[in-house]
Design a protein around this ligand. Structure first.
Ligand SMILES: NC(=O)c1ccc[n+]([C@@H]2O[C@H](COP(=O)([O-])OP(=O)(O)OC[C@H]3O[C@@H](n4cnc5c(N)ncnc54)[C@H](OP(=O)(O)O)[C@@H]3O)[C@@H](O)[C@H]2O)c1
Length: 212
């Protein structure tokens, strides 16, 4: 199966949370933002789950590095995201990765805004098949920016190549973790690539995923 090279990038608390129970998730420092944007500059596309769009309404554009903004992809099985969301509104290509369950009429509110529809799976997006379609569309390097549910589902389906997590000097004690789900079945093994200390207290950790 040909699919893009997938890098997950998240910023988490020391206890591994990317958001607290209220949805608060402002954990990055300036150098971490700059690093994230370097990753965006290297990627053909950046992907987020529907909840991240609903909670954060991000733009996912390239602002802090040189280069072109990557294609933006939202994984949304049930069409819960608003076609007027920032991620679809900023210039450049955006993609809705959804299921085959929706009618042309239901999808027209996205298509009419120029959003490309890619359909894979029924009930829930079939991520493996979706990634194959994105590869055929020319996407070779994919940056996944969460949230925890999407990160976990991709890892569970062995679709993640690298995990980059910046640990912020914060503890939430509860909330959504970097990989949030009901378990992977077996542990994911990680091979150390490197780390950097950012802003005098944030630590960016980089690993390659080893599937056994
Ligand atoms: N600190 C950080 O770096 C960071 C980064 C990003 C987000 N966040 C935070 O993370 C929170 C959102 O995370 P989240 O885990 O709730 O949501 P998420 O990963 O953004 O989105 C999860 C949703 O994706 C959809 N989805 C479609 N196909 C899927 C599949 N095959 N497997 C899994 N999900 C699929 C599902 O909704 P449907 O079934 O409706 O499609 C699912 O509920 C927000 O509070 C946000 O602020 C933090």
């Amino acid at each position: 199966m040909l699919r893009p090279y997938v890098v997950v990038f998240s910023t988490a608390t020391l206890d591994g949370r990317i958001a607290d129970p209220s949805g608060y998730s402002r954990l990055s420092c300036d150098e971490d933002f700059a690093l994230l944007h370097k990753h965006r500059a290297m990627a053909d596309a950046v992907m987020v789950g529907s909840n991240t769009v609903l909670v954060d309404n991000p733009k996912l554009t390239l602002r802090l590095a040189r280069g072109r903004s990557p294609i933006r992809i939202v994984v949304d099985s049930r069409l819960r995201t608003d076609p007027g969301s920032n991620v679809f509104g900023v210039p450049g290509r955006s993609v809705l990765l959804t299921t085959i369950d929706h009618t042309a009429e239901e999808l027209s509110r996205y298509r009419s805004r120029g959003i490309l529809i890619v359909q894979a799976g029924s009930g829930k997006v079939d991520l493996a098949s979706g990634l194959e379609k994105l590869y055929a569309f020319g996407i070779r390097r994919l940056l996944v920016e969460g949230g925890g549910g999407l990160n976990c589902a991709l890892l569970k389906h062995r679709l993640v190549d690298e995990v980059h997590v910046t640990i912020a000097p914060r503890i939430f004690g509860a909330g959504i973790s970097v990989f949030e789900g009901s378990g992977l079945g077996c542990p994911a093994y990680l091979a150390y690539i490197g780390h950097d200390v950012l802003c005098g207290g944030w630590v960016n950790l980089r690993y390659r995923v080893v599937y056994v």
